[in-house]
Design a protein around this ligand. Structure first.
Ligand code: MG
Length: 406
């Protein structure tokens, strides 16, 4: 192996268009949480562990661009550039788009699955070193079980020499001047390929390229394919595979909101309408209590805040029913495997008076969250006539929530 050159530049391409259909989640599985962080953030952090990796090109669906980049940024070292390329019809086309978008001064182009979060720095370095030395490389695992070739009718045709059977993982890497022309040809001529360096193997078979080499991978560097691979990140996974520690985990969240109270607006609070000559000003219905609660739930789950999910610059949310926004956000939180242990809510306002309708408010919020009323507490305070809240010109709400998983 060559000693790694300090000035060598590696661009990592990460296909992250996974639809998550095998999860039944209907969501991109690279956005599911592992230990409170999206899978893609783990992947980006693992790739950035090698100082030769200078940029990471995410390849995905246009509709998921913002969410994927935001999630990936959480794991991205400041010295690594994060770029975007649009996905193609097949993995090969997606990877090619990523390769084309990569910095042309990178000598090594490396491809790593967006759903392999457990990549070690050792395996990454091994693949890069081998690609530098040999032109193209991937990491593999030895086959543990005996491998049979079987026909469609189930008849065993042969027992293969297991020593020659390797199972492919990623990363897979190659020198730019070898890989890029091969990829362009493969896409234009529609070569049937099943993984990334397969393109280079086919080119090598025609004598145009050196052979691809295999270096040892790591059994822990597995791909998240089915819920059981991700023990605590999805309710389905939780049911199949309870946490190894046996105990539940808890996460706390807090939310705050303030709205100006103006004449001529309906007074909506906690999803309930009050008779009052003023109401909260806002792009949506201005329900400060539900906004604070929504932010607390999202915050406890480690997700983005209300304003990011439902930006007030987006005309879709103009006059929006905050109860619908709460339910949408709560669905996202529950998708991560959480249930509500309890929430404690405070409203600070001179008017309207909450006390007479406290039970109704608790019941309404419990119904929105689909939990027992005992899990929702609420209290009303005044500001002792002090400041804008005391003058009835503003309303404030605070929320504290506790989420449970497992
Ligand atoms: Mg608000």
């Amino acid at each position: 192996m060559h000693a790694p050159s300090r000035s060598l530049r590696v661009s990592a391409i990460v296909p992250a268009a996974g639809s998550g259909t095998r999860f039944g989640a209907g969501r991109n599985k690279t956005l599911l949480l592992l230990e409170g962080e999206p899978l893609i953030a783990h992947v980006v952090r693992a790739l950035g562990a090698d100082p030769r990796v200078v940029e990471i090109v995410l390849v995905g669906k246009a509709a998921e661009r913002e969410e994927l980049l935001r999630a990936a940024t959480r794991g991205c070292a400041p010295r690594v550039a994060l770029r975007w390329a649009a996905g193609g019809a097949e993995r090969r086309d997606s990877v090619r788009n990523g390769l084309e978008a990569a910095d042309p001064t990178s000598e090594i182009l490396l491809v790593h699955d967006g759903a392999r979060p457990f990549l070690s720095a050792e395996v990454l370095a091994r693949v890069i070193d081998a690609a530098v030395a040999q032109g193209a490389a991937l990491c593999t695992l030895p086959a543990v079980d005996t491998v049979k070739r079987v026909d469609a009718a189930g008849r065993v045709l042969a027992t293969l020499d297991r020593r020659e059977i390797h199972l492919a993982q990623t990363p897979q890497a190659f020198r730019r001047e070898l890989g890029l022309p091969a990829y362009r040809r493969a896409c234009e001529e529609g070569w049937p390929t099943t993984d990334d360096v397969h393109v280079l193997e086919l080119a090598a078979a025609s004598g145009a390229l050196p052979s691809v080499v295999a270096v040892p991978g790591d059994p822990r560097n597995r791909k998240i394919t089915v819920p059981a691979d991700l023990p605590t990140a999805h309710p389905e996974a939780r049911a199949m595979n309870p946490p190894a520690t046996g105990g539940p985990s808890f996460r706390v969240g807090s939310g705050f909101d303030l709205h100006r109270m103006v004449e001529g607006r309906p007074c909506i609070l906690g999803g309930v309408r009050f008779e009052h000559d003023r109401g909260p000003l806002g792009h949506s219905d201005g329900d400060a209590l539900l906004h604070a609660l929504t932010d607390a739930l999202l915050g406890a789950a480690g997700l983005d805040d209300l304003g990011t999910f439902f930006p007030d610059s987006d005309p879709r949310w103009k006059g929006a029913d905050s109860a619908a926004l709460l339910r949408e956000a709560w669905t996202r939180v529950r998708e991560q495997g959480y249930t509500l242990e309890n929430c404690d809510l405070v409203v600070i306002a001179e008017k309207p008076k909450l006390a007479p309708r406290r039970a109704e408010l608790r019941a309404r919020i419990a119904a929105l969250l689909e939990v027992e009323i005992e899990r929702v507490n609420l209290k009303g305070k005044t500001a002792e006539k002090l400041g804008p809240i005391g003058a009835g010109e503003a309303i404030v709400a605070q929320a504290t929530v506790l989420l449970r998983r497992g």
